[in-house]
Design a protein around this ligand. Structure first.
Ligand SMILES: C[S@@+](CC[C@H](N)C(=O)[O-])C[C@H]1O[C@@H](n2cnc3c(N)ncnc32)[C@H](O)[C@@H]1O
Length: 282
């Protein structure tokens, strides 16, 4: 199967796992929800398979980038103008300050392109704090953006982007809901309860609290009761810790499958004792 790559470098992007994830979706449903869309690489690769695709993410300006790119090239022009040259660290720092004072989608995109490893990162006050990356918009960006926009624009009328907390997305019709939340909180092996640390680091962990994992567990149960299909993907085990929510869904009897990945190709959170899975209710 051929998939279109995302146009943003994104921590936790599922691009390298699409071959294993996409065939596992429930295609008997007409609506697809990418509840934690990130780079939109999952939703973007099923647009031809469903009548409607809803893509949601809590980061408003990230959704702003996707939304604008779906409509026109304006955001491309604006972002290129904002991107400092590769050598200009001062201009990067100015842009970062400017974004933190007055956020716009094009400033966020320019920051992603110019920051360290292209990986956006926010502090606990939701301020962008990734360091300078000595990089900028380049020909590879042009190519990726061109491919992605040409892939999604024909499906413009089917795609809806929203920026909400996932719990505010109410699913009213039976849907296929893909759930790729931030790294979950670990299970406390002594009490079997949810612990107080996330299983790994990501630049958007400031948006995720222990209560969100608990709400997400309830959300999955509700989807199941209401006739929707869900697929949750995530890291079940890492460094001898278990993710509470995935372990709990498995103990409830939902099906799960271990994903296989090539450590050389897939940028992973760690070493070889990481187990990445999908859990499904169908
Ligand atoms: C693992 S990433 C998703 C990656 C995506 N599947 C991809 O392939 O690019 C998790 C996403 O959840 C978003 N997020 C964090 N907290 C959220 C919340 N409470 N509600 C909705 N989205 C949230 C983050 O901004 C991040 O983009």
């Amino acid at each position: 199967m051929m998939f279109v790559n995302g146009y943003l470098n994104y921590t936790g992007s599922k691009f390298k796992l699409l071959e294993q994830i996409i065939p596992e979706m429930d295609y008997t449903k007409r609506y697809f929800v990418d509840l934690f869309t990130g780079s939109f690489v999952v939703g973007g690769n099923v647009v031809d398979k469903y009548d409607k695709v809803l893509a949601n993410d809590i980061i408003q300006d990230l959704i702003g980038i996707h939304k604008s790119l779906l409509e026109s090239d304006d955001i491309i022009e604006k972002t290129k103008l904002l991107c400092p040259s590769k050598e200009n660290q001062d201009a990067f720092l100015e842009l970062r300050d400017s974004f933190n004072k007055d956020k716009t989608p094009e400033k966020l995109w320019a920051l992603i392109l110019c920051c360290n490893s292209n990986l956006m990162r926010f502090n606990n006050n939701f301020l962008f704090n990734q360091t300078w990356g000595n990089r900028t918009w380049n020909t590879s960006t042009d190519k990726k953006v061109e491919e992605f926009k040409n892939h999604i624009r024909p499906y413009k009328d089917k795609i809806v982007f929203t920026s909400k907390h996932f719990n505010d997305i109410k699913i009213t019709k039976p849907s296929m809901v893909y759930i790729d939340s931030p790294y979950g909180f670990i299970k406390d092996e002594k009490t079997n309860n949810i612990g107080s640390k996330q299983i790994s680091e990501a630049g958007y962990n400031c948006y995720w609290k222990k209560e969100d994992d608990i709400k997400l567990y309830e959300y999955c149960k509700l989807l199941n009761d209401k006739g929707s299909s869900f697929m949750v993907s995530g890291v079940l085990e890492h460094n001898n810790n278990k993710t509470w929510i995935l372990d709990k869904l498995i103990n409830d009897g939902f099906n799960y499958k271990e994903l296989v990945f090539d450590y050389n190709k897939v940028s992973k959170i760690g070493v070889k004792n990481t187990i990445e899975i999908i859990v499904k209710n169908y």
